[in-house]
Design a protein around this ligand. Structure first.
Ligand code: AMP
Ligand code: MG
Length: 307
């Protein structure tokens, strides 16, 4: 369902774009949970049985996902798949599940139910399912960067829908300008502009995917502690990093943590990323490293998070 846009300049542009497109389809085939023949689906079907050989790439990505779960104290959790399905986010059959239904699913949720086995095998406990939706596009953007580099691309933009990678600077030799969506307004209306070169910028927000039932709005980013959509004071989180997979994992995680926990997480890990976080009261929080590279146009208070 995602519109993607790839632009390249300098180097072997045609070959780079063709290879990039092929790679996106290859990754979709491998990592999508809704494709029955994907490696992820085969692993999910084998849950509770013998370990499945998922190949080196998927095993490494699952291993990284488990590391993010540990680093974020469980906020990031690929085993929420059955819970996302209960809310209808996987099959577009939106509904608010009963508390009792979620209570039955939560015992199978948690990184401890995923086991890295020998070689390139992985096993899941009975009832556990994984979904790499919060990390796959970030990983794909890392692959795009590698392909651009192999083809000598000097300037470019890869937009995978909420996951952007900017290659080099723009053709005037300035940093690229990346627009940050205003969660409160229609698609394309900006809350701010970020300047960056050779960086990944990934946004997670409740406004990206949601439904309404009986006047209640429910979005797709689930708090693993409750099984309910995370409502912890943030409406959008953008992560800027030199690592696309990390940026994707952390945009989802910090959204769940809420402003205070997310700020202290950044203080601990500030060497690896920067962040722009929008609070539900209109305040925009920006980490110190970004303060001079981003402008906020919503008129809300801007708070710089200092080291
Ligand atoms: P993102 O847009 O990168 O924030 O990823 C959101 C997607 O990740 C959702 O549509 C779900 O498929 C999945 N997801 C939801 N909650 C979590 C979570 N707490 N940890 C990991 N993945 C999640
Ligand atoms: Mg993410």
């Amino acid at each position: 369902d995602t519109v993607m846009g790839l632009r390249a300049c300098g180097g072997e542009t045609e070959a780079a774009l063709a290879a990039a497109e092929d790679e996106i389809y290859r990754l979709d085939e491998a990592l999508s949970r809704t494709r029955e023949d994907s490696a992820v689906s085969r692993l999910n079907s084998a849950a509770g049985g013998t370990p499945a050989d998922v190949g080196e790439e998927l095993r490494d990505l699952i291993a990284r996902a488990l590391d993010f779960s540990a680093a974020t104290d469980g906020a990031f959790d690929i085993t929420l798949a059955p819970v996302s399905s209960a809310w209808g986010f996987t099959e577009d059959t939106y509904r608010v599940p009963e508390d009792a239904e979620l209570a039955l699913l939560l015992p199978c949720v948690g990184a401890e139910h995923v086991h890295l086995e020998e070689g390139t095998a992985v096993s899941l406990d009975q009832g556990t399912r994984i979904d790499l939706g919060a990390i796959a596009k970030g990983y794909a953007s890392d692959r795009m960067a590698a392909i651009y580099q192999e083809h000598g691309i000097t300037h470019g933009i890869v937009d995978l829908g909420g996951n952007t990678w900017v290659c080099g600077g723009n053709l005037e030799g300035e940093p690229w300008q990346i627009g940050i969506q205003d969660p409160a307004r229609s698609a394309g209306a900006l809350a701010g502009i970020l300047e960056a070169s050779d960086a990944f910028a990934v946004t997670s927000g409740g406004y990206q995917r949601y439904f309404e039932e009986n006047g209640q709005t429910s979005h797709h980013i689930i708090d693993p502690r409750t099984g309910y959509p995370a409502e912890n004071g943030l409406i959008s989180v953008t992560i800027i990093s030199a690592d696309g997979t990390l940026a994707d994992a952390l945009s989802t995680s910090l959204f769940i943590m809420g402003p205070e926990e997310a700020s202290s997480f950044w203080k601990k890990h500030r060497d690896t990323f920067d962040a722009i976080m929008m609070k539900d009261d209109g305040t925009v929080m920006v980490t110190a490293g970004l303060a001079d590279h981003c402008s906020v146009t919503t008129g809300g208070n801007v708070e710089v998070i200092q080291e």
